[in-house]
Design a protein around this ligand. Structure first.
Ligand SMILES: Cc1cc2nc3c(=O)[nH]c(=O)nc-3n(C[C@H](O)[C@H](O)[C@H](O)COP(=O)(O)OP(=O)(O)OC[C@H]3O[C@@H](n4cnc5c(N)ncnc54)[C@H](O)[C@@H]3O)c2cc1C
Length: 566
C-alpha cells in the first residue's frame, strides 16, 4: 500500500483504472483477469490478509477450467487434500456408527489422470477439486499481485464513493479507523468501481440496490442458524471405523452436521445445525467440542482453531448488478445456501465475465455498451444458481430424522435402509452436477448472436455439450492428450475446419482491424470435428461461443454485435 500511504501523506488523489473493493475470491480473480490484460487496478480489503477460516470447500470443474486458462490450475490442484486422499461424500448416523450412503469420487491424482478419458457430460479440461477457499485465495493473491504489479491493499476499506460522467471518486481509509491523522481517507479516482465486498456490500447498499429472493427459510438442516468450527482432530482418521471421505455428514436428530476435510491430515471445517431453541451467541470452545461429540459419536481429542455462526437458507440476488460505472459481483450480488458449493464458484464466474469486458472498454476496443451485458448475462445466472442451491437444500434439509433411525433391531434397520435410498439419490443430485457447472448459458444476451437453434434443456445433473451460441465451448481432448482449451488464444478465437479457412480468416481480419486480439485455430482433428461440428465458431475470451455460422458475409457487423467494437 505504499502508493496509498504516499497519497495519504501528500493529500493527493490516487488514479487507477479500476478500483476493486473486496479481496475475497471474486475481487482476487478479477484482479488476475485485469492484471493479465495490463489494466491498472487497486484492490482494497479491511482484513489483515486472505481468509484464515476454510469457508468454501469445493472448486467446481468450470472454475478449475478458468484457473487453467489463467495458468494456476496445477498449483491449485496441488493444494488441499493430499493427492491420494479420497474425495467421497459420506453420510452417517454419527461418524462412528452407521454409514448410510457414500458417493465415491476420484482423488486429485486420479482426477488429473481420468479426465482425459471422460466423454459426454464430463468431457472437460479439468474435474472438480476439493480445496478450501483459504488456500485458493492465497494463490489468487500471489498471482494478482504479480500480474497487477501492485500489492493488495489489505487493511484498507472503501468508505464512500460518487460517480460522474467520466469516473468514480472514492474514499478509502485504513480499516483501523481511529480518527488519527494517519487514518485520514485517501481519494481514489477510478474509471470504474467494482464492489466484490461480500454479503454486506458497502457498494451495493450505497447504491440502494436490494437483494430479492428467499431468505430465512427454516429446515431441519441447511435452513437456519449454523455453528461453524475450524478444528484439528489429529486422531480422527485412526479412530474412524469407516473409509476416509472428503465430506462427512451426520444425520441424527441430536446434531446434524457437515464436515469437510481441509488438509487430509486432521484439520476440518465443521458446520452444525443449531436447533431453534438454542442460542449459540455465547457458545465457547467447550460447546464446539460438545457438538463435535454429538455428531461423531466418538470421544476424540480436538483443538478448536476458530468458531463462528452463519445463516443457511438464503437464495438472494441483487435487483441489478450495475449502476453506471459501478458494478457488484460475487456475494455482493448474490447470496447462497452453500448446498452444491456454488457461492464462490458463481463469484469467480462473475469476475471472469466482467474482467475481459472492462479491459476491452478500457483499452478502447469496445463501446461501453459491452459492459451492460454483464448484468444481462450474470444476473440470470445468479437467479439460476441460487435456485439450484435452494433445491439441494430443500432435498437434504427436508429429510427428517428421528431417534428411531439409530435404534437397534428391525425398525432401526428398516429406517436406515430407507435413509440409505434417499441419501444415495440425494448425494448424486447435489454432488454430480456437470449441468450446473458447465451449463451456464447467456441466451438472450445483447452480445450473443443466436442462430435460431435451441440449446439442450438446462439440467443440474446432465450436460449436453453444444456449439449453440451462448454457452461454454464444447471441450475435446485432441489426440486424446491435448486440451482444446489450451489451443485457444487468451482473448478471442476463431475455430473452424480447414475447409472453411477463408470464412474464418475473414472474421479474424475484421476483428484484428478493430483492434482485437484474435487467434485463428483450424482444427481438423477427429475429436475436434466430433465436438465442434463443421461450422465456423467465434469464441469469446471466457470460452463462450458468441457466434457460429457456415459463411461469414458481414464480419464487421458480427464483431460490432459480439464485442461492441467501435
Ligand atoms: C460454511 C460455508 C461453506 C461454503 N462452502 C462453499 C462451497 O463449497 N463452494 C462455494 O462455491 N461456496 C461456498 N461458500 C460460499 C463462499 O464462501 C462465498 O460465496 C465466497 O466467499 C464469495 O466470495 P466473494 O469474493 O464474493 O466474497 P467474500 O469472500 O465475502 O469477500 C468479500 C471481501 O470484501 C471485504 N470487504 C467488506 N467490506 C469492504 C469494504 N467496505 N471495502 C473493501 N473490502 C470490503 C471483506 O473483508 C471480504 O474479504 C460457503 C460459505 C459458507 C459460509
Amino acid at each position: 500500500m505504499k502508493d496509498l500511504q504516499e497519497a495519504q501523506r501528500q493529500g493527493a488523489t490516487l488514479e487507477v483504472d479500476v478500483l476493486i473493493a473486496g479481496a475475497g475470491p471474486c475481487g482476487l480473480m478479477l484482479a488476475n483477469e485485469l492484471g493479465l490484460r495490463g489494466i491498472g487496478c487497486l484492490l482494497v480489503d479491511p482484513k489483515a490478509t486472505t481468509a484464515f477460516n476454510p469457508q468454501a470447500n469445493a472448486t467446481q470443474a468450470r472454475t478449475m477450467e478458468h484457473f487453467r486458462r489463467i495458468g494456476i490450475a496445477n498449483q491449485i490442484r496441488a493444494l488441499g487434500l493430499p493427492a491420494d486422499h479420497p474425495t467421497d461424500i459420506a453420510y452417517f448416523t454419527r461418524f462412528a456408527t452407521h454409514e448410510l450412503a457414500r458417493l465415491r469420487l476420484p482423488t486429485a491424482a486420479q482426477a488429473t489422470e481420468h479426465v482425459r478419458g471422460l466423454r459426454g457430460a464430463w468431457n472437460a479440461a479439468e474435474l472438480p477439486h476439493r480445496v478450501s477457499q483459504k488456500f485458493v485465495e492465497a494463490v489468487l493473491r500471489e498471482h494478482a499481485e504479480a500480474r497487477t504489479g501492485r500489492p493488495v491493499a489489505f487493511g484498507w476499506k472503501l468508505l464512500a464513493f460518487e460517480q460522474d460522467e467520466d469516473g468514480v471518486m472514492a474514499r478509502v481509509v485504513p480499516a483501523d479507523d481511529s480518527g488519527a491523522p494517519a487514518h485520514t481517507p485517501v481519494n481514489v479516482r477510478a474509471r470504474f468501481l467494482v464492489g466484490a465486498d461480500g454479503a454486506r456490500s458497502t457498494v451495493r447498499q450505497s447504491m440502494g440496490i436490494a437483494y430479492s429472493g428467499a431468505t430465512g427459510v427454516q429446515r431441519q438442516f441447511m435452513g437456519g442458524r449454523m455453528f461453524a468450527v475450524y478444528l484439528r482432530a489429529p486422531t480422527f482418521y485412526e479412530q474412524l471405523p469407516h473409509d476416509r471421505a472428503w465430506m462427512y455428514v451426520s444425520v441424527n436428530p441430536e446434531r446434524r452436521v457437515f464436515m469437510a476435510s481441509v488438509d487430509g491430515r486432521g484439520e476440518f471445517a465443521f458446520h452444525a445445525a443449531v436447533h431453534p431453541d438454542e442460542d449459540p451467541s455465547g457458545w465457547t470452545h467447550a460447546d464446539a467440542k460438545r457438538l463435535f461429540a454429538q455428531a461423531s459419536g466418538m470421544t476424540i481429542p480436538i483443538e478448536v482453531l476458530s468458531t463462528g455462526t452463519w445463516i443457511a437458507g438464503h437464495s438472494l440476488v441483487a435487483e441489478r448488478y450495475q449502476q453506471g460505472r459501478v458494478f457488484i459481483a460475487g456475494d455482493a450480488a448474490h447470496l447462497f445456501t452453500p448446498t452444491g458449493g456454488l457461492g464462490y464458484n458463481t463469484a469467480v464466474g462473475d469476475a471472469v465475465n466482467l474482467g475481459w469486458k472492462l479491459a476491452s472498454v478500457l483499452h478502447g476496443h469496445a463501446h461501453r455498451d459491452l459492459l451492460d451485458s454483464y448484468d444481462a448475462e450474470r444476473r440470470p445466472i445468479g437467479v439460476r444458481n441460487t435456485g439450484y442451491a435452494r433445491g439441494f437444500a430443500d432435498s437434504i434439509g427436508g429429510f427428517q430424522t428421528t431417534p428411531a433411525l439409530e435404534a437397534d433391531g428391525p425398525e432401526g434397520d428398516a429406517l436406515r435402509a430407507h435413509a440409505s435410498t434417499v441419501l444415495d439419490d440425494h448425494v448424486r443430485r447435489e454432488f454430480n452436477i456437470p449441468g450446473v457447472t458447465f451449463g451456464e448459458r447467456y441466451d438472450g444476451s445483447p452480445v450473443i448472436t443466436g442462430d435460431g437453434s435451441t440449446p439442450p434443456p438446462d439440467s443440474a445433473n446432465d450436460y449436453r455439450p453444444t456449439t449453440c451460441p451462448g454457452g461454454r465451448l464444447p471441450h475435446a481432448w485432441l489426440g486424446g492428450e491435448r486440451s482444446l482449451y489450451d489451443e485457444l488464444g487468451f482473448e478471442w478465437t476463431v475455430l473452424a475446419p480447414g475447409a472453411r479457412r477463408d470464412a474464418a480468416q475473414a472474421l479474424v481480419t475484421a476483428g484484428t482491424a478493430a483492434g482485437l486480439d484474435v487467434t485463428l485455430r483450424l482444427c481438423d482433428e477427429p475429436e475436434a470435428r466430433e465436438a465442434l461440428g463443421d461450422a465456423v465458431l467465434l469464441v469469446r475470451p471466457d470460452q463462450v461461443v458468441a457466434w457460429r455460422g457456415s459463411a461469414v458475409q458481414a464480419p464487421h457487423a458480427i464483431w460490432r454485435q459480439v464485442a461492441c467494437t467501435r
